[in-house]
Design a protein around this ligand. Structure first.
Ligand SMILES: Nc1ncnc2c1ncn2[C@@H]1O[C@H](COP(=O)(O)OP(=O)(O)OP(=O)(O)O)[C@@H](O)[C@H]1O
Ligand SMILES: [Mg+2]
Length: 528
């Protein structure tokens, strides 16, 4: 008695100790696995082409990087171990049972076949539910994110109610999906609990009859039933262990959907012509065509054969009706999108054959939407040039007339907040412009860089910008005559082609469309 008790106690203590050890052994590497997978995803997302991000809602990506990875880590930490341990326990337990009393053991084994069939049916259903739920969480994340980023619009237009309704209806759907999953799980649990209980009951009756007949000792029956009862928890736990495996399987699937999206290959096309002998040839568009991958098939490509030559050192203004494809054309130069036809050369070298890193050293861009990061004003500007000095920063800020940063509480080292929301539109635009010019790029592409400035500031920026433009080859999208005047020549983009090139005054005389655009008579939408 005492010896047996002491053995049991020892076993209990050892089990507790091993449990603790497992936690300790598993937690650290798993946190590492989660962090590494998240870092991989982040790195991959940064390398994916812009067209991927056009297609994917950010909430879907966010939920994959957070909720799905967390599910996966939790699965690896707890259910995976128990799936292995409990399966082993069940196998060994049944072997012992069969060895003790093989007839009664077979009675206990009887429900295994129907249980396996039911479990596999359940797994299919449950994995569909889990996938739907995780996708819905992604959509919910998107709504929350848009709601936070667009809070000014929502408030300004009094849209909280409709926004809350959209959120409410989606979160109700998430709840329904979760309830559906719970119903499935409840059904499975009921079965997993009932069938083995019935088998134990049957074994008890049969065993008692055998004991009464004297065919078996009471002690054997008690030992047999104790072993059978010890197997109850491992069997019962299979229900939720399988459910959690399904959830983490879908989470893994969702993770790898994003991970498996192909990155842009470098050196996609071999340059046919190579470097031109002249060396300083400027920026050349030759028959450039582009259509957005997700555009409907019956819509003509945005760009249908753009031919334009910006000579070395020259500044060309790009003018065109709204929606005519100016922004699209500027995005082709740093290869944010790949031209679907024709070629673009920088000093004679085809950009399609140039390593991206090299290309983006040569070309600097400022977009219509000035985007700032949650960093200091100086860091935001210096993103434009690796290792630029304080003097470069000062010069860039001067060019863009962004002297206001020195008046901020910590000067140029003031945090400018998420997306630079603490700055005015014109201030953000000037910082984005400073970022474009800080590295003294060989080629400068500016998409309507002065649109948010008042007339006075615009004049100051133009005066300073003129000096920068004198030293680079530049393509400047312009809407206003004052910006157009910065350029040596003007190109009119219309119908997906360059319809006319010439000096401002020349085009005013010869092109009715240009005249209409510059006098403000043209309204948006006409891209013919
Ligand atoms: N990501 C996209 N996917 C599909 N179509 C797009 C995408 N971005 C723009 N377009 C379409 O391409 C056309 C040209 O757009 P783009 O932004 O280049 O015009 P834009 O000339 O810069 O206009 P604006 O003067 O208003 O800035 C538009 O008809 C637009 O609907
Ligand atoms: Mg545009």
């Amino acid at each position: 008695m005492w010896r047996g008790g002491a053995y049991l106690l020892l076993l209990g203590v050892a089990e507790a100790g091993l449990f603790g050890l497992r936690r300790w052994l598993v937690a650290r590497p798993l946190a590492g696995v989660e962090a590494a997978m998240r870092a991989d995803l982040y790195r991959h997302l940064q390398r994916l082409p812009v067209s991927f991000h056009d297609r994917w809602a950010s909430g879907q990506l966010l939920s994959r990087a957070t909720a799905d990875l967390q599910l996966l880590r939790m699965f690896l930490a707890f259910p995976l171990t128990f799936l292995l341990v409990n399966s082993a326990t069940i196998v060994v337990g049944f072997a012992i049972l069969l060895a003790q009393e093989w007839t009664l053991g077979l009675v206990l084994l009887a429900p295994v076949v129907p249980l396996m069939v039911l479990c596999s049916w359940f797994e299919t259903r449950y994995s569909i539910g889990a996938r739907v739920a995780q996708d819905q969480i992604g959509d919910l994340t998107t709504i929350v994110e848009e709601g936070v980023l667009g809070i000014r619009i929502i408030k300004g237009f009094g849209r909280h109610r409709s926004q809350a309704r959209a959120f409410g209806s989606l979160s109700r759907r998430v709840r329904e999906t979760e309830l559906g999953k719970a119903r499935l799980l409840a059904g499975l649990w009921a079965l997993i609990l009932t069938l083995p209980e019935l088998a134990i009951g049957a074994a008890l009756v049969l065993g008692t009859v055998q004991v009464a007949d004297g065919a078996m000792s009471a002690g054997t029956l008690v030992a047999f039933l104790s072993t059978a009862l010890a197997l109850r928890w491992p069997v019962e736990s299979m229900g939720f262990l399988l459910a959690m495996s399904q959830e983490s399987a879908t989470a893994t699937e969702r993770y790898f959907e994003a991970m498996d999206a192909p990155e842009q290959a470098d050196m996609t096309r071999e340059s046919a012509a190579g470097k031109s002998p002249s060396g300083a040839d400027g920026l050349r568009f030759e028959g450039v065509e582009f259509r957005y991958a997700d555009a409907p098939a019956d819509v003509p490509p945005v760009l249908r054969g753009v031919d334009l030559h910006i000579r070395s050192g020259e500044t060309v203004a790009l003018v065109g009706a709204t929606g005519s494809g100016k922004t699209t054309l500027t995005a082709l130069v740093p290869r944010l999108h790949e031209a679907t036809g024709g070629r673009i050369t920088l000093d004679g070298a085809d950009i399609a054959a140039m390593p991206r890193g090299r290309l983006r050293e040569l070309v600097s861009v400022a977009f219509e939407e000035p985007t700032l990061f949650s960093a200091t004003a100086a860091d935001n500007v210096l993103m434009g040039a690796e290792g630029a000095e304080e003097a470069e920063l000062r010069r860039a800020l001067e060019v863009s007339q962004a002297g206001f940063v020195y008046a901020l509480p910590q000067g140029a080292h003031t945090q400018v907040g998420e997306q630079g929301l603490s700055l005015s539109g014109g201030q953000r635009q000037r910082l984005a412009l400073a970022r474009a010019v800080v590295g003294r790029p060989r080629f400068l592409v500016l998409d309507d860089p002065l649109s948010a400035l008042d007339v006075h500031t615009e004049a100051l920026v133009e005066a300073a910008l003129r000096q920068v433009l004198a030293t680079t080859t530049a393509l400047v999208v312009a809407h206003r005559p004052s910006t157009v005047l910065l350029a040596d020549r003007v190109a009119l983009l219309s119908g997906g082609r360059i319809a006319a090139v010439g000096a401002h005054h020349e085009l005013l005389r010869t092109s009715a469309e240009y005249r209409a655009l510059m006098s403000g008579a043209a309204d948006g939408g006409s891209s013919r």
